[in-house]
Design a protein around this ligand. Structure first.
Ligand SMILES: [Zn+2]
Ligand SMILES: [Zn+2]
Length: 705
């Protein structure tokens, strides 16, 4: 054995041994209950970050169950990451002086496909680098044709069941990126803007958006507001920049009497609250802002101006015309912004496909109530239920090309829609004519990834779905609880009648040593691959689980990782000592030897070892990985190395058979307990021990309690 442990020389070789040996692929045994985890598929096109390294928790579960003898499947996958990837690709096009509008849809899709395939291997090799024991023989991509077919089927089923409808809704639209976002993807930012008090017929009313005045189709007051009660139902004439116009006064409880003067202009085409008011009072929609962020024909000579410039000019013109009462320059409010480019999002009217969520959330809540899914930590059960209660109908249309195109065709003759399982329909289901055009939109990425557990297992290998579904544990960061975990429960129950997983385990976010979020601008980002190269993947893995319970944020620093590297070195030194001390054939420690133990030191270390095995096993069963890690660390370093090795030095030096047999046994057991956490160094040491039975540690049996 080398004098010092060199992870760089060992880890790649060991991973290859595991992969070549086929140890990641479960042997299906119908008599045994499988243990299944699906890796949340990382973006195929991007490098892994420290958040992905937290999936080490899954590898720990997987390796533990594999050693227990369960048929164990950890399914890898790659996500096409629709909008994210198209965004990156468009940036690259921009560098070449091009844009997506220079290509037709098919060409652009093909170009992004090639771009992603060229980069995809990086992410997968990085997962290998971290030691993740994924079954690569079942590796799957979110845009594999079989997955697309299942996503189409689900959409068709929802449509046939009346759970999908097309509606002109308001969408949060980024006029810079040219796509809409779901509520959950919007970043809300507080900002200060001028609040304009406009003279508006007989009223004065406050607005931050005078430029949408051309789209006003009513004025609203709270019906309980005594000041304006008499006006409700009346029509008023308002002087505008393009001449006078008439609107109705409506009473609506959505109006806050304490905001401004208690009177509000209603612009159903450009404000979510106003859209709802418009629906309740049957108001017309007038779109004054177009999808390129400029004012439309309805804005008269302001047509073509960008929103912000138009606002400033219109405010000036209102003032010149004597229509501006006063301005409050320090009004602070919250605006919706694009999480990609930071642009303020425009609420714009667009016909979109929506999923009627209530029937789905009701079933999901019922399943949770019936304890069909366990949450770790337990407090997340309430949070998930709360999200499910508050979901609005889900807009699943996205104006991008990178992803799964919606299998819906509109008839040019009668405007009706025909939905299929992906195949081009021969004729319109309504009028029978064949002048059909496919929807240019794609599905929201979460619509397809929300079907991941069933969709993958139905396509990987024959029999997989029947055997591995529902999966055992869904392990993920708590920040995608609403967008992903809730949707998987809803769509999984809908498509299969069963929950997609029995247990959900949430890990926290990774923060720096001061508890701050890692970000490029703060310069505190830790690159997991660099750390693995420098200190070994084992050290990185151990530092990610050490000292943190499920669901809590985790502090990691290079110092901590270095400390865990020292622990790996300590193990190496113990192993090397045993290796050098055992020069002859030493019998294996067993029950017979146990009965003959005479030396107190041996008895004591064995009894403590048995307690350790029981304690760690209990922690593993209870998902308390940090506790397990700490127990093994303390025992190996402070009991075995610091005390037992020191106190029995002479016996080892003299080649005492019993002392060496006990020592080797204790060390073997430590390697087994530690293997799920630090798989590389434990495997290497295990195979180097005199008397190794030839079975790799990864598939050796977990110690009996
Ligand atoms: Zn944007
Ligand atoms: Zn038709």
């Amino acid at each position: 054995m080398d004098k010092a442990y060199n992870p760089a020389a060992v880890e790649g070789k060991i991973y290859e041994l595991w992969e070549q040996g086929g140890y990641f692929t479960p042997k299906i045994d119908k008599k045994k209950k499988p243990f299944t985890v699906l890796l949340p598929p990382p973006n195929a096109n991007a490098d892994l970050h420290l958040g992905h390294a937290m999936y080490v928790v899954e590898d720990i579960m997987i390796r533990y169950h594999r050693m227990k003898g369960d048929p164990t499947l950890w399914l890898p996958g790659a996500d096409h990451a629709g909008f994210e990837t198209q965004y990156v690709y468009e940036k690259q096009l921009a560098k070449e002086g091009k844009s997506r509008f220079d290509f037709d849809r098919e060409t652009l899709y093909k170009m992004i496909w090639d771009f992603v395939q060229a980069n995809r291997g990086n992410m997968e090799n990085q997962l290998r680098r971290l030691g993740f024991s994924l079954d690569w023989s079942r590796n799957i991509f979110t845009l594999d044709p079989k997955i697309i077919a299942i996503v189409h089927q689900t959409f068709k089923k929802l449509y046939d069941d009346g759970l999908v409808y097309r509606a002109a809704g308001l969408v949060n639209y980024c006029t810079r990126d040219g796509t809409s976002f779901s509520d959950l993807e919007v970043v809300h930012v507080e900002q200060t803007d001028p609040l304009y008090y406009m003279k508006y017929g007989p009223f004065v009313l406050a607005t931050v958006r005078p430029e949408t005045k051309f789209g006003d189709t009513a004025v609203a007051v709270n019906p309980k507001d005594k000041r304006y009660k008499e006006w409700i139902g009346k029509e008023i004439t308002v002087e505008g920049l393009l001449g006078p116009f008439k609107v109705k006064v409506v009473g609506d409880a959505a109006i806050d009497p304490t905001f401004g003067t208690g009177v509000a202009k209603v612009t159903p085409a450009h404000d979510f609250t106003d859209f709802d008011i418009g629906k309740r009072h049957n108001l017309p929609m007038k779109q004054v802002i177009s999808f390129d962020g400029r004012l439309t024909d309805l804005a008269g000579h302001y047509k073509g101006m960008k929103v912000k410039a138009a606002r400033e000019l219109i405010a000036k013109d209102l003032e010149a015309k004597g229509l501006l009462d006063h301005v409050d320059p320090t009004y602070t409010h919250t605006v919706a912004t694009c999480y990609k480019c930071g642009n303020v999002l425009e609420p714009l009217p667009l016909a979109q496909w929506h999923v009627k969520v209530k029937p789905l959330t009701d079933k999901a809540k019922q399943a949770i109530k019936q304890k069909k899914i366990a949450f770790i930590p337990k407090r997340f059960e309430k949070i998930v239920t709360m999200w499910l209660t508050n979901f609005h109908d889900w807009n699943i249309s996205r104006q991008i090309v990178w992803g799964i195109r919606i299998p819906a065709w509109q008839c040019k003759d009668c405007s009706a829609w025909t939905v299929t399982r992906g195949e081009m329909p021969r004729s319109c289901v309504t009028c029978g004519k064949s002048n059909l055009v496919q929807d240019t939109d794609n599905f929201d990425t979460w619509f397809s990834s929300g079907q991941w557990p069933a969709a993958t297992l139905k396509t990987t290998k024959p029999g997989d779905f029947d055997y591995f579904y529902p999966t055992s544990v869904m392990e993920t960061a708590y920040d995608i609880l609403a967008v992903w975990v809730c949707r998987m429960i809803m769509l999984g129950l809908y498509a299969t009648g069963e929950v997609p997983f029995r247990t959900v385990y949430f890990h926290g976010l990774v923060r720096d040593s001061k508890g701050q979020k890692m970000s490029k601008s703060k310069g505190n980002v830790i690159n997991p691959l660099k750390m693995a190269d420098q200190y070994g993947a084992d050290a990185l893995r151990f530092s990610l689980v050490f000292g943190t319970a499920a669901g809590n944020d985790q502090s990691v620093s290079e110092d901590k990782i270095r400390g865990m590297r020292n622990f790996a070195n300590k193990l190496w030194n113990i192993g090397r000592f045993i290796n050098l001390s055992i020069q002859k054939n030493i019998p294996f420690y067993d029950d017979a030897m146990h009965k003959k133990l005479t030396i107190a030191h041996d008895k004591r270390i064995i009894s403590e070892l048995n307690m350790l095995v029981a304690g760690v096993t209990k922690n593993m069963e209870g998902y308390r990985y940090s506790d397990a890690a700490k127990k093994i660390y303390d025992f190996a370093w402070h009991r075995l190395a610091d005390v037992h090795l020191e106190k029995n030095k002479e016996r080892f030096a003299a080649g005492d058979t019993q002392a060496l047999a006990v020592l080797r046994h204790v060390f073997f057991m430590i390697l087994k307990l530690l293997h799920p956490f630090m798989p590389f160094v434990t495997e290497e040491l295990y195979q180097k021990m005199p008397g190794w039975d030839g079975t790799p540690l990864i598939v050796s049996r977990w110690p009996k309690t």
